[in-house]
Design a protein around this ligand. Sequence first.
Ligand code: PGA
Length: 234
Amino acid sequence: LVSDMKGVKAGKLRLAVITTAKYFVPRLLGPFCLRYPGIDVSLKVTNRERVLQRMADNEDDLYVLGQPPEGLEVVFEPFLENPLVVVASSSHPLAAEKIISPQRLVEEQFLMREPGSGIRLATEQFFAERALKLKVRMELGSNEAIKHAVAGGLGIAVLSAHTLALDHSSDELAILKVEGFPIRRHWYLAYPKDKRLSVIAQAFLDFLREESKLLGEHYLRGIPVFPGFSQDDQ
Ligand code: PGA
């Protein structure tokens, strides 16, 4: 492959990724583009439903998703953990609690992502499995908007732990110690089974495999997931 890539001076890599992958994939693009300077990259960041739609329409070379969809002829490869946590403003009374039952959260006002979001889907599944119904105060189409609304005291929310990394607003947010959380998930690299990957897409796939192995050990370390969560206890 390396010899194949020597011949690749120019070309395009089209990626479509779910919202949380924007905290990781752009970082990889730096070193990738340094290695292959002639490559032009387009990165579409959107929600799960739209990424699946783009895959169905064959709009991109590779996709990043949070949960493999059922019944699709798709190749899926997990690469890094993407845990979901419950966040509240650090001044919220629940921020000081040691163990919070999921039932207790029914009394809270929730800020929820839009329909079509994988995080919303996972959150709804978690509470539905426990026959609990959340009070949704507001729907917001962005993880960042939710974070700021939580910091502003509008309510609590379920977010990917990655949204809390590298960010000063994290001081204003607390991860609640809710039983059953974090919800363990992964990011998956995906593409349709019948798709022939371009040389560039294959190079990116290999690069992502390599780099996430290297970075994986360190990457979640900076993220304040509460004790009890370890990357290794799969
Ligand atoms: P979403 O996916 O943007 O569709 O909510 C994010 C995730 O599953 O991590």
